[in-house]
Design a protein around this ligand. Sequence first.
Ligand SMILES: *Cc1c(COP(=O)(O)O)cnc(C)c1O
Length: 395
Amino acid sequence: MEFETRAIHVGQEPDPSTGATIPPLYLSSTYTQHAPGENLGYDYSRSNNPTRASLEAALASLEGGEACAAFSSGLAACSAVLDTLKPGEGVVASHDLYGGTFRLLDKVFRPLGIDVAFAESGEPDAFERAILTLKEPHLLWLETPTNPLLDIVNIASLSALASRYGLLTAVDNTFATPSLQRPIEWGADYVVHSTTKYLGGHSDVIGGAVITRTAKQLERVRFLQNARGAVPGPLDCYLVQRGIKTLALRMQRHCENASYLAHALRDIPEVRRVIYPGLSSHPGHLVASKQMQDFGGMLSLELEGGLNAATRFCARLRVFSLAESLGGVESLCCHPATMTHASIPREIREPRGVTDGLIRLSVGLEHTEDLVSDILQAFKNYDSSAISCSIGAFR
Ligand SMILES: *Cc1c(COP(=O)(O)O)cnc(C)c1O
């Protein structure tokens, strides 16, 4: 079956006892046994729950993996994969990482004795050099596209490099979703998600998931899911599963809207640089064209005029909400330097491109014209009639 069909049907068989087309939400924490130890596969909902099992089946299928474990947040999912390492073993990660993942590596796992090396993702042999600095490298951790600079790394060549050195590869696929990119098909062993974002898709649930290439690779993660206990509640699983049913359709429109904005905003004098993997000027454009089905709904802008211009722009937006997070149906705007990346010192973030003038947009599903007009009115004194024809060309 094709992706869209599996998104709607895997794990969603009608309920055999009532015929309910949508399987019920199983809130029960415990399960009645016929005789001691005799049950129907469920005994206690931290260990297993039918609503969670449905979501896990769907996600494994969509990522092309063998198995999935769902977690209470994206970071709980990242933790579970990092928890498979033993003290003395090492992880190589790209420098441009989700802030919470960086904090987990630096402030939680490093003090526990896990070796961590960061690679500058722009440099071709940076990952190999980083692997060679570790005594017992075990895991390569990738994100692509990255946050907020939308850097692209080549999953196939880096996971091949990892396996030459005996490392497993984990890819945080939150930005792309399996609708646009399936890292296991390119050689990754683990895929992690913050289901809070596009998979849930409606900004009303926090969740995470780990999907593995083989069932064996999930064993330890599954053990940790129960032993550590960071499981999602059944209602959260239900909401994510409902989101997944429209994922392909939503991603298509997120991509169309983001691409339209990216092309339209290139010609505006207030914008110094548009960062979008779908633009041929983006350094990762060719790799993204190969490993992604489309270029995603995230877009970053570097404004002329630094902090003042960025602050004024954010305050004037009406359709875009100024908020952290991403991937919902509504458009969001984020100022990384004062919001998501505020904890990173300026001397470190600026040379990496996270400047005071950088704006990150999560382009939602509103009408494209409303999104464009909102951005244009936010640039005070801008005459929008001047670019209407160039926008029309990308419709
Ligand atoms: C949000 C996010 C996470 C963390 O997920 P939570 O659900 O907030 O715990 C991890 N990686 C990426 C790329 C994210 O965007």
